[in-house]
Design a protein around this ligand. Structure first.
Ligand SMILES: *Cc1c(COP(=O)(O)O)cnc(C)c1O
Length: 406
């Protein structure tokens, strides 16, 4: 049972049938559309909330036909953590972190891959492939292993060590590429026919975005169906931001939002790789293509995203902005959240704190607002970024005068 009516092309609005394998149409992503009136007749908000707290509680708003085909590692609801010390540091009324780091594999990529691999499983796929710059490869490898599928992953040479190892350990055929993520994507496409795999690349496959949409559904429920003033989200391929914006539209159409006000969506990047914020500043509809992007926030090192125009449209429609935080301060914001709140903020999400600081200074965000930052991954996956020196404990014991009580 599914409420999916069709897949809609973002190139020209044409309708494609559900229940079969699709990639892009006219070179652009496909969006899944539902009979929301029928969803509303079949289930209520409170019935959804009475179910176990995981992403599958929203199954009427998800594309899987038969729940027996579900491929899951336990995609639990993630906590929305109030961060008063961090709020005080930035001088804002309320700041919360939605902590996606505790999803399977330590990143929110689990939501997208759980959904996409479940659909691939339902549609008879036995071999999958994807390019990755960070967490996507490990997530696909894990869900493919869970489904008993074969998995091929291609990643740039300088992909963080943990991301390389997790693919191998989950049994994927993982390869390094002398290039960037779009070079890896090209390898996946060029070998698709000969190798017989299904391309699970961001937005070339229509269901990862539906999985990531559950971030927005979940956030709405956790906020009592009255959304925050702004969401700050680290944007790479953009599925999370597009997915959440889609979630809010669907909740609105269902009449499930108590307040019609939607959050301002802030797309956050690092100055090391900022194609979407540059496009926003220049008033462009599509991202600019960068030559040699470099950022420690590997998950947002996407020089040209297929869905950049959808991110820009959502950001503008919401009254938000696309901004970039200085690359050389990412570790500073990362440590700030870790030290002040105990939240293991990944470098991608550190960019969101940088954007928060800049947006407050520029008057794009007001101090009396209620803001949510997404922590999309666990900092523990970034050993290269975390490195620091520890002093040796003195043999003679510690000098109390050096450690006055705070
Ligand atoms: C992939 C990734 C992102 C970017 O996600 P999109 O929704 O594709 O923009 C951000 N943070 C982390 C940790 C990631 O792995």
């Amino acid at each position: 049972m599914t409420f999916v009516t069709h897949l809609e092309s973002t190139a020209d609005g044409s309708r494609l049938p559900a229940g079969q394998l699709h990639q892009v149409h006219g070179g652009r992503p496909l969006l899944v559309r539902y009979d929301l009136e029928a969803v509303g007749r079949s289930v209520s908000r409170s019935e959804v909330l009475a179910r176990p707290a995981d992403m599958w509680r929203w199954h009427e708003l998800l594309p899987l036909r038969d729940q027996a085909h579900r491929v899951s590692l336990g995609e639990t609801e993630t906590p929305l953590l109030d961060c008063p010390r961090l709020a005080a540091h930035f001088g804002v009324r309320r700041l919360r972190v939605k902590d996606e780091s505790r999803l399977p594999g330590g990143s929110f990529k689990a939501r997208g891959m759980a959904m996409a691999v479940s659909l691939a499983n339902e549609l008879g796929v036995r071999r999958v492939a994807c390019p990755t710059a960070g967490n996507a490869g490990g997530a696909l490898a894990a869900y493919a292993a869970r489904a008993g599928m074969e998995c091929f992953v291609f990643m740039p040479d300088d992909t963080p060590a943990v991301n390389r190892y997790e693919c191998v350990l989950h049994g994927a055929h993982a390869f390094l590429v002398d290039g960037l993520i779009h070079d890896c994507g090209r390898i996946v496409r060029e070998n698709q026919e000969a190798m017989g795999w299904f391309d699970m690349s961001t937005l070339r496959e229509p269901y990862r975005i539906e999985g990531k949409k559950t971030m927005g559904l979940e956030l709405a429920a956790q906020c009592g169906f009255s959304l925050p003033d702004a969401i700050l989200y680290p944007t790479g391929g953009g599925t999370g931001l597009i997915g959440m914006w889609k979630a809010f539209a669907e909740l609105d159409a269902l009449g499930w939002l108590d307040s019609p006000k939607k959050p301002q969506m802030f797309s956050c990047q690092s100055t090391g790789c900022d194609p979407i914020s540059r496009a926003f500043d220049q008033g462009l509809d599509h991202g600019v293509e960068l030559e040699a992007p470099h950022t420690a926030a590997s998950g947002i090192r996407v020089p040209k995203a297929l869905g950049d125009f959808l991110v820009l449209a959502a950001v503008r429609e919401s009254g938000g902005r696309a901004m970039a935080a200085p690359e050389d301060r990412l570790t500073e914001w990362m440590q700030l959240a870790m030290r002040l709140e105990g939240v293991a903020l990944c470098p991608e999400s550190a960019a969101c704190l940088g954007v928060l600081e800049q947006a407050l200074q520029a008057g794009h965000l007001a101090p009396d607002g209620d803001y949510v930052v997404f922590n999309t991954g666990a900092v523990q996956k970034y050993v290269e970024v975390m490195q620091c020196e520890l002093p040796r404990a003195p043999a003679a014991g510690l000098d109390p005068a050096a450690f006055p009580t705070r």
